[in-house]
Design a protein around this ligand. Structure first.
Ligand SMILES: [Zn+2]
Length: 113
């Protein structure tokens, strides 16, 4: 942590981890080690609110976008009241998975240099 620019202040059986004057974690000694608890901050909460079609597409094992939309529109899944993002976002994993691969034929004989 120190190599990443964090400062650790030990105060008896407690410690605080800060970076750029922001409190990142607080620790309390348990046995011979300090048990750290991450302090929630706004940046973490913003990252949680990332619900869109592509995220659900990945969560459902790269299910087709039409089926994801059907799950949302027909309310087939509870808790999937997500922001309906109509923009079709290309999924890199699906694109790579649909690439056609050809076998490389074995040549007889040796290459001549
Ligand atoms: Zn995909």
């Amino acid at each position: 942590m120190v190599k990443l620019g964090a400062n650790i202040i030990f105060n008896g059986e407690k410690c605080e981890v800060t970076r750029n004057s922001k409190l990142l974690a607080v620790g309390e000694i348990v046995g011979k080690l300090y048990m750290l608890k991450i302090v929630q901050n706004e940046e973490v909460n913003i990252a949680k609110d990332e619900s869109n079609l592509k995220l659900w597409h990945c969560r459902y094992g790269h299910l087709g976008m039409d089926y994801i939309s059907k799950l949302i529109n027909d309310k087939m899944v509870t808790g999937m009241d997500t922001v309906h993002d109509e923009r079709c976002v290309a999924c890199e994993g699906c694109i790579m998975g649909k690439h056609i691969s050809y076998k490389i034929s074995k040549r007889k004989g040796k290459a001549s240099y």
